[in-house]
Design a protein around this ligand. Structure first.
Ligand SMILES: Cc1cc2nc3c(=O)[nH]c(=O)nc-3n(C[C@H](O)[C@H](O)[C@H](O)COP(=O)(O)OP(=O)(O)OC[C@H]3O[C@@H](n4cnc5c(N)ncnc54)[C@H](O)[C@@H]3O)c2cc1C
Length: 385
């Protein structure tokens, strides 16, 4: 761990995909000497390292569609911009709908998404099987598919941000936990860490599942809760071809995509309590295997190769909280991504940077202000998996 600088124009707490993206975007806009404080010894060690890598714009709220479209545009040019190998694979997201209510909702959402310029298709069950011949479609009513969606590599993306941000003057201060904020009246003026204090006029909270703790140091009540989520992978399977889309079986909540020649299976257990438990609940595999094999009978031949648990940083309406809290100056929130933080990282980096540098973001983010909860103005994002 190198020494903590005494001052910085901006201090970011957390070097996950969000903090790293913001550090890079600030550097791109000419803000030098940004300091990123990360308690772990390297970047992306938190939720970012557990992400399934899904990138999609098929959301239920127009704002999330717009944020995703902004991100996807940046993912498409990412390897040129960052001079890396490709990190984005537009294989598409296939949502499978089996009950009349959700099928009707997804058809309405597809109209909304198309009106925003997203090339989403509504398909018959047979149309879905043309894309994935291994699907059992007997109990499906329809599907939506968007080839702008796909998969990305959270590790590569985050490391690329760190590398480029450093080239642009950012300092990553690893292995030192932020322990408190220095306050002067209603303004944040610094960050206290285990090794010292750094003065700054602007702190960005990018602490992922720990964001509520950081906000509380400034007296801000941020309703971000940590909830454990699981992924399991299989040994290589013939159906796991490179073009296989992300498949989301909405009825069961199981999703799957290609991973290392096999499949990654994910599931959000609705009964999971809040908390920071990261142990793998292997019993959950039983709950996933049955619906997964129902939808894709070829999975009967699959052998499980690995499993891991990570933390979603969830809010009551499953939307992020972006921007400054009303009653505290010098604090910027980039929190509560509720399962879609990786895919939104490029746009969030850009938008938060615009807020800091230009005074306002180029997209109206007011629906994501913290105060929406107290004002009872929150709109739920329904398409969270
Ligand atoms: C199983 C699983 C699957 C997922 N799949 C997807 C997906 O397919 N697509 C998608 O878009 N998203 C997915 N997500 C969500 C995504 O991983 C998160 O939304 C995203 O990584 C959040 O990034 P972050 O930078 O805000 O948080 P993090 O990656 O957690 O980074 C926060 C960092 O802050 C650091 N930190 C915290 N407190 C302090 C402190 N006091 N001092 C210093 N450092 C601190 C932490 O160590 C951490 O490195 C998934 C999540 C899980 C768990």
């Amino acid at each position: 761990m190198s020494g903590l600088p005494a001052t910085a124009p901006v201090v970011i707490i957390g070097a996950g995909c969000i903090g790293a993206s913001i550090a890079y975007e600030l550097g791109r806009r000419g803000v030098k000497d940004v300091v990123v404080i990360e308690k772990e010894p390297f970047a992306g060690a938190g939720s970012t390292s557990k992400a399934a890598g899904g990138i999609r714009a098929q959301f239920s709220t127009p704002l999330n569609v717009r944020i995703s479209m902004m991100s996807i545009a940046r993912f498409k040019t990412f390897s040129d911009e960052m001079e890396t190998d490709p990190v984005f694979f537009p294989v598409g997201y296939l949502f499978l709908l089996g009950d009349p209510g959700s099928w009707a909702t997804f058809q309405r959402q597809a109209d909304m998404q198309r009106s925003l310029g997203l090339p989403v298709q509504t398909l018959s069950p047979e149309g879905a099987r043309e894309i994935v011949p291994e699907l059992n479609i007997e109990d499906l009513l329809g599907a939506t598919f968007c080839l702008d969606d796909g998969l990305g590599n959270p590790h590569e993306v985050t490391q690329s941000y760190v590398t480029r941000a450093r080239q642009l003057g950012a300092v990553f201060h690893f292995g030192d936990a932020a322990r408190g904020l220095v306050m002067d009246g209603g303004r944040v003026t610094g960050v206290r860490t285990a090794s010292g204090t750094i003065s700054t006029p602007m702190v960005v909270n990018a602490a992922g599942p720990h964001a509520a703790e950081v906000a509380a140091w400034a007296g801000v009540d941020l309703p971000v809760k940590a909830v454990r989520r699981h992924c399991f992978t299989t040994e290589p399977l013939p159906m796991a071809r490179e073009s296989l889309p992300m498949i989301v079986d909405l009825k069961s909540g199981v999703y799957m995509h290609r991973e290392s020649g096999g499949l990654l299976l994910g599931y959000a257990n609705p009964e999971e309590p809040e908390g920071f438990n990261l142990s793998v609940n292997w019993d959950l595999l039983e709950r996933i295997v049955e619906p997964a094999m129902h939808r894709v009978p070829a999975l009967e031949a699959a052998e499980v190769s690995n499993g891991w648990a990570g933390l979603y940083e969830t809010t009551p309406d499953h939307n992020s909280v972006l921007g400054p809290p009303r009653n505290v100056a010098g604090l910027m929130l980039a929190n509560g991504f509720s399962g879609h933080g990786f895919m939104h990282a490029p746009a969030v980096g850009q938008l938060i940077t615009e807020w800091i540098v230009d005074g306002k973001p180029s997209l109206d983010l007011s629906p994501l202000r913290l105060e929406r909860f107290a004002e009872q103005q929150a709109t739920v994002e329904a398409n969270v998996i």
